[in-house]
Design a protein around this ligand. Structure first.
Ligand code: ATP
Ligand code: MG
Length: 329
């Protein structure tokens, strides 16, 4: 398999306060919301991005599709460096990368019919053709009957709105779909429906998917690889099966232990983390997780761990990982 998306050492900054206040307090005006993130997504593969609220997941997504500039690092799409791509180049790239936003009903304009909504990307990109036929084709792809084309967003259930979101994403025949919380706010059964739909589209059309979610069961069921974010960094990434059975980072272990496990035999002892994720505006010294880590020792408070590899494609940053008994007990 070859790489569709290659991200190297990506840093993304936001302003932390106004200029005057920064001058008066002597504080930094910007902070790293995302710091040193590297990963590769192969063609047709699914990568899951997990992490607590505020860990920087949506910020990564916004930068990948060109809505927010990278501060440093590189993004390559299909071998081409797009880190500094201009508006015109991004107009082309948006045909190849589609995004499904976090809030489905809110992101569908209330005055447009479903038919107009699913074909809107085609019109924006100046594609001609029979829009009614296109609407029917797209609705069928996501399992909605053609007569839904005349409905309005407020007449849709949560699951139907999500399907319309998928149809819109598919309209331009993309090679990558970025789905930000595709199942948030849906009932369990509808969540499964939407996930199956994404998995089916991927298998049928060979699309790569970057799925952002709080829901670890989503990650388990539809991803090949997963990455765990903490304070804007990837603390662990690798094949989903491997991480699921043998996580290396204590943060990953804690997240997995808190996940409701349908099979009681497979349930893990729950690890409760103390405190909350610190702010990326004032990062702790050393390992940024040390203040909440059940395994932390003296060195963790002063020295940031390097990236270690459990296998060539399974990486983590921790002085005392869970997966190998490097701690000596
Ligand atoms: N426009 C902005 N200006 C300043 N700071 C921002 C902006 N957007 C996000 N942030 C900050 O950047 C950090 C990462 O936010 P982001 O929205 O990427 O997190 P997330 O992982 O997507 O969270 P959630 O799970 O809640 O969607 C947070 O500290 C957030 O407060
Ligand atoms: Mg988000």
């Amino acid at each position: 398999m070859s790489a569709l998306l290659e991200v190297e050492n990506l840093c993304i900054r936001y302003p932390s306060m106004g200029r005057v206040r920064a001058a008066l307090t002597g504080a930094e005006r910007e902070f790293d919301a995302v710091a040193g993130v590297s990963f590769t997504l192969d063609k047709g593969q699914t990568l899951g991005l997990v992490g607590e609220s505020g860990s920087g997941k949506s910020t990564v997504a916004r930068t990948l599709i060109g809505l927010k500039r990278a501060h440093s690092g590189t993004i390559r799409f299909d071998g081409q460096d797009i880190t500094q791509a201009g508006a015109r180049e991004y107009a082309r790239l948006r045909r190849e990368m589609a995004i499904m936003w976090q809030d489905p009903t809110g992101s569908l304009s209330p005055r447009l019919t479903v038919g107009s909504l699913v074909t809107e990307p085609l019109r924006i990109h100046g594609k001609g053709g029979d829009m009614r036929a296109e609407a029917t084709r797209l609705l069928e792809m996501v399992g909605l009957p053609a007569h839904f084309a005349s409905r309005f967003p407020h007449q849709l259930s949560g699951g139907q709105a999500r399907r319309v979101g998928v149809a819109r994403a598919l309209a331009l025949d993309p090679r990558l779909i970025i789905a930000d919380e595709p199942t948030a706010g849906l009932d369990m059964s509808v969540q499964a429906e939407v996930l199956n739909l994404l998995a089916e589209m991927q298998a049928r059309l060979g699309i790569a998917i970057l799925v952002i979610t709080h829901n670890l069961n989503v990650v388990r069921h539809i991803t090949d690889r997963m990455a765990i974010m903490y304070l804007g960094r990837f603390v662990e990434q690798g094949p989903t099966d491997r991480i699921w059975s043998a996580p290396c980072h204590p943060y990953t272990e804690a997240l997995l232990s808190a996940n409701p496990e349908p099979d009681p035999d497979a349930a893990r002892a729950r690890i409760t983390l103390e405190g909350e994720m610190p702010s990326p505006r004032s990062r702790p010294a050393g390992c940024e997780f040390h203040g909440r880590c059940p395994r932390a020792r003296e060195i963790c408070a002063s020295e940031a761990p390097d990236v270690s590899r459990q296998t060539p494609d399974h990486a983590y940053t921790c002085h005392f990982p869970v997966c190998t008994d490097a701690s000596g007990g």
